[in-house]
Design a protein around this ligand. Structure first.
Ligand SMILES: NC(=O)c1ccc[n+]([C@@H]2O[C@H](COP(=O)([O-])OP(=O)(O)OC[C@H]3O[C@@H](n4cnc5c(N)ncnc54)[C@H](OP(=O)(O)O)[C@@H]3O)[C@@H](O)[C@H]2O)c1
Length: 340
């Protein structure tokens, strides 16, 4: 029976599809008419063209499916609230409806984020409260999780929520391409000195954990924080890129209060001007770079036997090799897509 992946043209979804295809799984993807599926060429996946805001296309995509990995989302620290609602709330509701209607779905893996915790001073276990701190992306991901939990309770659909921290790897726009671009331009800001734990996971290690989560019986109805158990600060991570790319370690250290003020001004100005591309500083980026992101992962270690195969050093090495490849160089040279 088929496995459905949404968001397969995106960063995490494309790596997941490659891994599933390599395991011999029959994969179907939901992609928008405009989605670039170039990274899936030759993998032999079936494509259903549709959109999270088109319930009919979601029912078609979910028909006769055994496992759904829901990776599609508006994953950005910038954008109008209405767009976040459409993709990350309405889209989740419609896909859950389609999964229930299919009647064949044995697991619905929903990709959420540790941003739902709202960056408390002490990083919580999964049982910790979700906190709405007024950021559009985070709020929409909280509402998406609530829908998943409600559907599980109401219909018995076997759901599992995964909450990765920061995911990096080949083709990551924010955590590979943009960092490379800013380093090259001598404009990489290191907010608050970059001394907090960054909470990182290499994409192939995340994908392994997601595939395990989809089959582990004890994962039904659960949520899992996912990050590499090795602690690495933002400074270490960014210096790792600079060294690997042979670029000067010149980083622009920005004190946290200045970064908060900068994010405030930039967001207000961009909003007033209706600009679609993300500003250099946003409130979300400042929080992620200044609050400890070392979320506990003991639940994933216990239930999923989570232990990264590649790890941070190996993952960053692979990512640097990709950034130095013609594809990576072209990505660095390209303009940012609108919306970040
Ligand atoms: N990357 C991270 O560090 C990170 C960390 C924590 C959680 N997450 C979560 O992981 C998931 C995947 O993130 P990502 O980094 O892979 O994001 P991404 O690279 O931006 O990919 C997003 C995917 O969603 C698709 N999509 C967006 N809106 C859609 C719509 N209305 N209908 C159908 N498809 C739509 C995009 O399709 P197009 O190609 O057509 O745009 C793309 O395939 C998200 O749920 C995100 O919240 C990511």
């Amino acid at each position: 029976m088929t496995t459905l992946v949404t968001g397969a043209s995106g960063f995490i979804g494309s790596h997941l599809v490659s891994s599933l295809a390599a395991r011999g799984e029959e994969v179907r993807v939901l992609a928008r008419p405009s989605s670039d599926l170039g990274s899936l060429a030759g993998l032999g996946v079936a494509v259903v063209r549709g959109d999270l805001s088109d319930p009919k296309s979601l029912r078609e995509a979910a028909a006769d499916v055994r496992v759904i990995y829901h990776c599609a989302a508006l994953a950005s620290d910038w954008g109008p609230w209405a767009d976040f609602v459409r993709a990350n709330v309405g889209g989740v509701a419609s896909l859950l409806d389609a999964a229930v209607a299919a009647g064949t779905v044995e697991r619905f893996v929903h990709v959420s984020t540790t941003d739902v915790y709202g960056y408390p001073r002490r990083v919580p276990e999964e049982s910790g409260p979700r906190r709405d701190v007024g950021l559009a992306y985070n709020r929409s991901k909280i509402l998406g999780e609530l829908l998943v939990e409600e559907c599980h309770r109401r219909t018995g659909l076997p759901t599992t929520i995964v909450r990765p921290v920061t995911v990096f790897g080949e083709r990551s726009q924010p955590f590979a391409v943009e960092i490379g671009r800013l380093l090259l331009a001598g404009q990489m800001p290191l907010i608050g000195g970059g001394t907090v734990r960054a909470g990182l996971i290499y994409v192939a290690d995340l994908v392994d954990a997601m595939i395990t989560a989809a089959i582990a019986p004890q994962a039904v109805g659960q949520a899992y924080n996912l990050r590499d158990p090795e602690d690495m600060t933002w400074r270490q991570f960014i210096v790792g890129y600079a060294d690997g790319l042979g670029i000067s370690r010149r980083l622009r250290t920005v004190p946290e209060p200045l970064a908060v003020a900068g994010a405030h001004i930039m967001e207000r100005t961009y909003r007033a001007m209706g600009r679609k591309e993300r500003p250099l500083l946003t409130h979300l980026a400042v929080k992620v770079m200044t609050r400890d992101q070392g979320y506990p992962i003991s639940r994933a270690q216990r239930d999923l036997g989570f232990a990264p195969r590649v790890g941070l050093e190996g993952g960053q090495q692979r990512t640097i090799e990709w950034l130095l490849s013609p594809e990576g160089q072209a990505a660095i040279a390209a303009e940012d897509p609108p919306g970040g």
